[in-house]
Design a protein around this ligand. Structure first.
Ligand code: UDP
Ligand code: MG
Length: 324
């Protein structure tokens, strides 16, 4: 029988988890040809998520959990789950039922019968979201696709099923600052994109702040593209040319004035201010962009673990680096 692992990152999901497992179990019951296993990852929740997980594990023997020593972020939680999975097909999905398990049969068909390496979903519309958030997220996808070699459809979410082979490729990428949407695309393989209707979160609340999403977007762009660095070079070149042209202008103007006693030679204070501020701004921006990359290099060179697990009920053989 083919096996399927469900990787579910959870941060403060005590309210929705039991409902998530209940609904998911209903769908699983309709797919007797697969053996399902949950790998719930408690990402340092501050509520009783871990207790809820333990209770679920007592009730259902296919519920496994890994609990982090603190909040490491959703990316780290997904990595931990993927690293521990050993199934033929591996799902990554949210705990809040915004990623409907009712899509399982269709998604599994794509990988198991149609021969795709991955089946991922994108949101068809973004009902129940503010116009500003939708606008920014559109802008992000545009920028991301324009600047880097990894392309993804607008509205792509972290809900997908992958083959063992693809999961192995993803786990083999050991970067600490992970941007999974990009990693999933970077590894290549053949992904089937399916649309799905956005479901509003009914229980609990989203843990993303606007600032958090902004940082996420910057992370995404810097992780897969060095175009901003190239932009600095181009900008420097353009400024160099401009200054040459304006220098030539000044010389010619001065000559005309000296020889023909014609024309106006002002002090040019305002112009000077503008140029100084402009160049100052460009320099600040360039240093900022350099800093973004340098900071990432700094974090990456420390080679710290992506997460630290404190507790798990996974079998000994499935455990990684000294977890107990
Ligand atoms: N999540 C996580 N760690 C975090 C933040 C979120 O594991 O630091 C999980 C969360 O429990 C949920 C998923 O990531 O299963 C998506 O989070 P959320 O619903 O808050 O994001 P949104 O749906 O608004 O993008
Ligand atoms: Mg959500």
């Amino acid at each position: 029988m083919k096996t399927v692992d469900l990787i579910v990152p959870c941060f403060n999901e005590e309210e929705v988890l039991p409902e998530f497992v209940r609904v998911t179990n209903e769908v699983i019951a309709t797919l007797p040809q697969y053996r399902f296993r949950y790998i719930l990852v408690n990402d340092g929740s501050r509520d009783k998520t871990l207790l809820v997980m333990m209770k679920l594990a007592e009730e259902f023997e296919n519920v496994k959990y890994i609990s982090f020593s603190r909040n490491f972020g959703k990316e780290a939680a997904m990595f931990a789950g993927l690293e521990h999975s050993d199934a033929d097909y591996v799902f990554v999905m949210d705990a809040d039922l915004q990623h409907p398990p009712q899509m399982f049969p269709q998604m599994l068909r794509e990988v198991d019968e149609e021969g795709h390496d991955c089946c991922a979903l994108y949101r068809e519309h973004r009902k129940g979201e503010s116009i500003i958030r939708t606008g920014f997220s559109k802008l992000f996808f545009k920028l991301q696709n324009a600047m880097s070699s990894v392309k993804m459809p607008y509205g792509a979410v972290d809900y997908r099923v992958m083959t063992r082979q693809m999961v192995k490729a993803i786990v083999s990428m050991g970067e600490v600052q992970r941007f999974s949407k990009g990693l999933f695309t970077w590894v290549g393989f053949d992904t089937k994109w399916l649309p799905y209707k956005n479901v509003e979160r009914t229980i609990g609340k989203s843990s993303w702040s606007f600032f958090g999403l902004f940082k996420y977007a910057i992370d995404g762009i810097t992780a897969f593209s060095i175009s901003p660095l190239r932009f600095i070079t181009v900008m420097g070149f353009v400024l160099f040319i401009l200054s040459g042209i304006s220098g030539a202008f000044v010389v010619v103007e001065e000559l005309i004035q000296r020889i023909f006693h014609f024309g106006y030679s002002g002090t040019g204070f305002a112009t000077l201010m503008c140029v100084i501020l402009f160049i100052g701004g460009i320099l600040e921006l360039s240093i900022g962009i350099l800093g973004e990359y340098l900071g990432r290099v700094f974090v990456e060179t420390k080679k710290r673990p992506i997460y630290i697990a404190k507790l798990t009920n996974l079998e000994e053989k499935d455990r990684k680096n000294g977890e107990n």
